[in-house]
Design a protein around this ligand. Structure first.
Ligand code: ATP
Ligand code: MG
Length: 264
């Protein structure tokens, strides 16, 4: 069970918000889009009564069934935007349209799994669906297969690496037929091998189902290799939005220009 997903959140008790929902989306998503944010702004008020803008008129459109990344420097607003898309924060202005069910997976792998075994963890959120034992087994094994964890089904979650826990969390969301995965810097606490395992698991989950769309927050440019498209942010704004290659080239050019400027 992934604490970070809606499912896991419900198991985690009142401290974690209930993130995942099977209710209809607030507004219909445009036919072939899984995620749409229109002119989103988000501000916070300081104790002195000043308003600090965090997100400024951000718009993004993520097509159905694609793996997109959200990149940008530290503090540019990636997590805030993702939380707005997850419904954890309300925008100050703008419209959010996200296909449901959706699932938000947190960064820390130790907050992901709480049931004793991998199988029990992935099955945890299925209680609400009124499925037969056989149907639960099938959903769990299909989801674990998609993230490359099928052979770990009977393993104790305590024995898993951080990346394996993240993959079990993603399997929990897949087992519940989540259509949108919102993933915030899942590879931060992981070693290189585990990072690769998680990103490949997401890629494979999307490749094995046309129904699943993922938005992956990262600051690692090399991860763009696995993406279909990306959104690049700076200082609370969406600066560029497009296919993975063009965003890669854009960021590289921006970095080179910055280094040149410093050197001169
Ligand atoms: N509730 C809040 N109150 C005040 N400032 C906030 C709040 N939430 C976010 N911020 C500020 O908004 C900016 C964007 O934060 P956010 O966490 O979304 O950035 P990020 O791109 O995810 O950064 P990182 O790469 O470090 O994860 C930061 O400067 C952060 O300090
Ligand atoms: Mg962040």
């Amino acid at each position: 069970m992934n604490l970070s997903t809606v499912t896991s959140a419900s198991r985690a008790g009142p401290l974690l918000p209930h993130l995942h929902s099977t209710s209809p989306s607030r507004t219909n998503v445009t036919e072939n889009l899984a995620i749409e944010g229109r002119n989103l702004s988000f501000s916070v008020a300081t104790r002195q009564g000043k308003t600090v803008p965090i997100l400024k008129d951000c718009s993004l459109r993520i097509p159905l069934g694609q793996f997109w990344m959200l990149l940008g420097p530290n503090g540019c607003g990636k997590s805030t935007l993702l939380k707005i898309l997850a419904g954890l924060l309300n925008p100050t202005k703008g419209t959010v349209i996200v296909k449901r069910p959706k699932s938000y997976v947190f960064q820390n792998p130790d907050h992901q799994v709480v049931m004793p075994t991998v199988e029990a963890d992935v099955a945890f959120g299925l209680g609400k669906f009124n499925l037969t034992h056989g149907e639960v087994k099938l959903r769990v094994s299909k989801a674990l297969d998609a993230v490359g964890m099928l052979s770990y089904q009977q393993r104790s979650v305590q024995t898993l690496s951080g990346g394996q826990k993240q993959r079990v969390a993603i399997a929990g969301a897949l087992a519940e037929a989540c259509k949108v995965l919102l993933l915030d810097e899942l590879t931060t606490f992981l070693d290189e091998n585990d990072q690769l395992g998680v990103i490949k698991a997401v890629r494979n989950s999307l490749d094995s189902s046309e129904e699943v769309t993922a938005l992956w927050v990262t600051h690692r440019l090399e991860e763009l290799e696995y993406a279909d498209g990306a959104v690049y942010m700076e200082d609370g704004r969406v600066v560029k939005h497009g296919d993975a290659k063009s965003i890669f080239d854009f960021i590289r050019a921006r970095q080179s220009a910055y280094i040149k400027k410093i050197n001169s």
